[in-house]
Design a protein around this ligand. Structure first.
Ligand code: ADP
Length: 188
């Protein structure tokens, strides 16, 4: 299995690059952000709880993320899985490692997309015009950056200890960044 975790701050282009990776390598796509938005749209108990946090720019609690994953992740992904926006906390690293161990597998690589905050802010404000996402506004974006710095960055250290992190410059055209990611995957 080729199991990839696509990592990086809000707005770094994880969603865009995921589409390319899923098509090119035939992976199953798991985006906790998309799954949470589905739960919100379906007005489920989990969705109602998550919306309150997402609208403030916070991270949804690990307990809810576990429920989300249990609900949506099946145990048959022959080619591999692409995780987008997960793991996002130290606890979630253990959850991920557990899920993959159950499949007699492990994380192949974590791709860390680096983009400066001023560019991220511009991208997300631009995206807000079409995304309709309630969390794409300046105040909430600043809170998402803060959560990223405090809770999500330690995830990189966790996988650095396993020598699994490849950091990539996330500034450039979509095609350029896709090529950088492919170069990493082909080199593994
Ligand atoms: P982005 O990374 O661009 O902010 P996402 O769609 O990945 O967008 O996530 C949107 C929001 O959903 C996050 O700000 C957070 O509140 C919540 N979320 C998504 N994935 C997780 C996760 N693994 N753990 C906790 N919260 C999450």
């Amino acid at each position: 299995m080729l199991n990839i975790a696509l990592f990086g701050p809000p707005g770094c282009g994880k969603g865009t690059q995921s589409k390319m990776l899923v098509e090119k390598y035939g992976l199953t796509y798991i985006s906790t952000g998309d799954l949470l938005r589905k739960e919100i749209a379906a007005n489920t108990e989990l969705g109602i709880k998550a919306k309150i946090i997402i609208d403030k720019g916070g991270l949804v609690g690990d307990d809810l993320v576990v429920k989300l994953i249990e609900k949506h992740v099946e145990n048959n992904h022959a080619q591999g899985i692409l995780f987008d926006g997960f793991p996002r906390t130290h606890v979630q690293c253990y959850i991920l490692d557990g899920i993959l161990a159950d499949m007699k597998s492990s994380l192949t690589v974590m791709i860390n997309l680096e983009v400066p905050e001023n560019i991220l802010m511009q991208r997300m404000l631009e995206r807000s015009k079409i995304s309709g996402r309630s969390d794409d506004n300046e105040t909430v974006i600043k809170m998402r950056f803060k959560e990223y710095q405090e809770k999500t960055l330690p995830v990189v250290e966790f996988y650095q200890r396993q020598n699994k992190v490849h950091t990539i410059n996330g500034v450039g055209t979509v095609e350029e960044i896709a090529q950088r990611i492919q170069n990493v995957i082909e080199s593994i």
